[in-house]
Design a protein around this ligand. Structure first.
Ligand SMILES: Cc1cc2nc3c(=O)[nH]c(=O)nc-3n(C[C@H](O)[C@H](O)[C@H](O)COP(=O)(O)O)c2cc1C
Length: 241
């Protein structure tokens, strides 16, 4: 059975199987069904996620859960800027290097082309690529959008803690049959988000996240991404002495 199947199977009991299935069945979902996600579920996910460790228990995360009109308002405001090709929307804290280099460049290209491939978008079809990117700002149709912020004076360690928290959100979502897509795309539009959500001046937008039920028939949701095996990125020492 696939890991995604395992998550919906009735009560697996092996703890390793349960934990592994929650982790391994996660993938970035880019088309959601309109099925709502109740507020209590979102709160529970965030409560579970906040059990993430953080250096000296600083808990650097701050989240905004958006549904209904609040979600629509933020989407409309950012889409207006995106559609107008407004200049000057750049991230406050860069997520990517200024220039990509190997092996990261190849990995990035591979996943990009694989995603476009699922949608039948060929190289050179810039308008269709842009339309796909635009869907970020609809939270890929997910009924719940999350925006995550961090205090701008915190250091790199707190961003590390933040990643653990975000992974917990996504894993806890899988445990409830829900899917996610983490979205750095939102952070470019921090000025609009700041105005819409009334962020305080010290908050920096880390990323957004779509949360909901995956559309099982959407071709882009079938994208399977590759990982290098542990042997390729690990040096084991002292095991065979
Ligand atoms: C912090 C973060 C930001 C991301 N931002 C976006 C985004 O803006 N739009 C998008 O479609 N995917 C985004 N992704 C998803 C990655 O492309 C995806 O995680 C990667 O290709 C591996 O695929 P998988 O998540 O299905 O395993 C982001 C992932 C992370 C961890």
């Amino acid at each position: 059975m696939s890991y995604r199947g395992l998550m919906s199977a009735s009560s697996p009991t092996d703890p390793a199987a349960i934990v592994d299935a929650a982790i391994l069945s996660r993938r970035s979902i880019r088309r959601f069904l309109p099925t709502p996600v109740p507020r209590e579920t979102v709160t529970t996910l965030l409560d579970v996620a906040a059990r993430a460790p953080s250096g000296t228990n600083m808990q650097p995360w701050r989240a905004y859960g958006l549904a209904g009109v609040a979600r629509e308002r933020l989407c409309a405001a950012v889409l207006a800027a995106f559609d107008a090709d407004e200049p000057g929307h750049t991230q406050e804290v860069p997520y990517y290097p200024e220039a990509f280099f190997e092996p990261y460049l190849s990995r990035r290209r591979t996943v990009g082309w694989a995603l476009y491939g699922t949608l039948g978008i060929a190289r050179g079809e810039a308008a269709r690529m842009k339309a796909q990117h635009r869907r970020n700002f609809l939270f890929f149709d997910a009924p719940v959008g999350l925006i995550f912020t961090i205090h701008r004076d915190l250091a790199t360690g707190s961003w590390l803690d933040y990643g653990m928290f975000l992974q917990n959100v996504m894993t806890a979502a899988r445990g409830r049959g829900l899917d996610t897509c983490p979205q750095a795309a939102w952070s470019r539009y921090h000025r609009i988000i700041r105005a819409e959500l009334d962020l305080s001046p010290e908050e920096v937008v880390v990323c957004g996240m779509a949360l909901g039920h995956a559309d099982p028939d959407a071709p882009e949701n079938a994208l399977q991404t590759h990982r290098e095996p542990a042997e390729a990125f690990t040096r084991m020492l002292g095991f065979d002495d």
